[in-house]
Design a protein around this ligand. Sequence first.
Ligand SMILES: Cc1cc2nc3c(=O)[nH]c(=O)nc-3n(C[C@H](O)[C@H](O)[C@H](O)COP(=O)(O)OP(=O)(O)OC[C@H]3O[C@@H](n4cnc5c(N)ncnc54)[C@H](O)[C@@H]3O)c2cc1C
Length: 415
Amino acid sequence: MKRSASSPTPDAALIVVGAGPAGLMAALQAAWHGSEVLLLDANPAPGRKLLVTGSGRCNLTNAGVAAERYISSSGSPTWLQTMLQRFGRPELLQTLEEIGLLTFATPDGWYYPRSQSAQAVVEAFGAALHQAGVRQRMSARLNDLHPTAHGFALHLEDGTTLHCSRLILAPGGKAYPALGSRGDCLPLLQALGHSLLPVYPALAPVLTDPRPLHKLQGLRFDVGATLYQGETVLTRTFGNLIVTEWGLNGPAVMDLSHAISTRPGQALTLSLDLLPGTLGQDFERLLQRKPLQSTPLRVLLGTLLPPKATPMLLERAGLPLNATYSQLSAAALQRLRDSLHNIALEVRGVRGFEYAQVSTGGVPLSEVDPQSMQSTLHPGLFLAGEVLDVTGPCGGYNLQFAFSSGAIAGQAAAA
Ligand SMILES: Cc1cc2nc3c(=O)[nH]c(=O)nc-3n(C[C@H](O)[C@H](O)[C@H](O)COP(=O)(O)OP(=O)(O)OC[C@H]3O[C@@H](n4cnc5c(N)ncnc54)[C@H](O)[C@@H]3O)c2cc1C
C-alpha cells in the first residue's frame, strides 16, 4: 500500500488499538516510557474479556511459562524465548505489583490476583493508565487503516479519522466475538502486506460421539487424553474433564482442541485414560493387597474416581457390578484395564469461536521482531497479543503472552 503525501497533525504520538490485556499493558508501558498515548477500543469500556477470564478470577500467568509450552507454526524456536526473556513472568508479576496487584500461585502453579477478582485487575490497570496520562476513546471501532508520510491514518466506524506517528495493534483474534474481538483487523493487516495464517478456534470444547460417556454427563475428573489420526498420536494432554451432552469440556480437551480445529473434516479419535499416571499405579497397588482382592472393584474404583462412574466402567468391561479382583480371569482383567485406560471416542469437531477461549493463526511471528514487536514490513507499526500466531495451553499462558507482547510493544513504540 502506498504512503499518502499528507501530513496532518497527529491526534496522538502513539495510538493503541485494543484495550484487552495486550493493549492495556502496551499503553501503560508506552506512557511510563514517556510517550503520549491514546487507547482505542470498540467496546464501551476497557478489559471486557479480561473480566471473564479464569471464570472471573483471572488466571494471570503460570509457573511453567516457557517458550516450548506455546504453539506457533510461524516462529523460529528462539522467537518466543527472546520475547519471554525480555518480559516474562517475573517482569509481569513485578509490573502488576507496581500497579497495586498482588498475586498468589496455586500448588500447581496457576497465578491469580490475591483478591481472585478479574475486576480488580481491570480496575488496577484503569487507575494506572489514568495516572500515567493515557487518554482513552471507547466505543471506537477501527474500520480501516493506511500509512501516511508520517505514520498512520485510522478510520473509525463513526466516520472519524485519527492520525498517529506510531501504532500498536492489539485487537485480539476471533475468540468470543461478543466481547469485542471479531478478527476485523486481520484483513487490514493483510492490506498492509502482512500474510495471515488461517484462524481457527482453540482452547475450545470438543464435540464427540456422546453415547459412550452419556452416563457420566455432568461429572468432572482428571484424565489423560490422547488424540489420534489413525495410528498416529497427534498430541497428549492431562487435566480436568467435564462430560456434557454434546461432548467434552475442560482443560484436558481444550488443550488439544487446536489439533482438531486445524484439521477440519479429518477422521480423528480421542482416547481417554480415566486413571492416568499415578492414579493408575495407585489402583494397581490396591489390587495387590490380599484383603482387598475380595473387595468389590466398584468400591476400590470409587476411591479414585467419581463413584457414579464406576458402574459404567465395569459394564464396559463386561463385568458384574459386584465383581472382585479375585474373580477376574486374565482376559477380564485386561478388559477392565482397557475400560479404565482407553475409552475411544469419535471426534466430531470443536465448538465455534463463540465458545473458544482463544484463536490460533493470525499474523506469522516471522513478520514481527521479538525484541520490539515491530512489524518487519512497516516501521512504526507494532503488533501484540492474540492477533499473532501464538497459542498457549490453559493455565494463564495466553494472558502472559498478551501482557508480554504488549509490554515489549509499548516500551519499543515509546523509545
Ligand atoms: C472465557 C474466557 C476465559 C479465559 N480465561 C483465561 C485465563 O484465565 N487465563 C489466560 O491466560 N487466558 C484466558 N483467556 C484467554 C485470554 O483472555 C486471551 O488470551 C487474551 O484476552 C488476549 O488478549 P488480547 O489483548 O490480545 O485480545 P483481547 O482480550 O481479545 O482484546 C482485544 C481488544 O481489541 C478490541 N478490538 C478488536 N477489534 C477492534 C477494532 N477493529 N477496533 C477497536 N477495537 C477493537 C476488542 O474490543 C478487545 O477489547 C480466556 C478467554 C476467554 C474467552
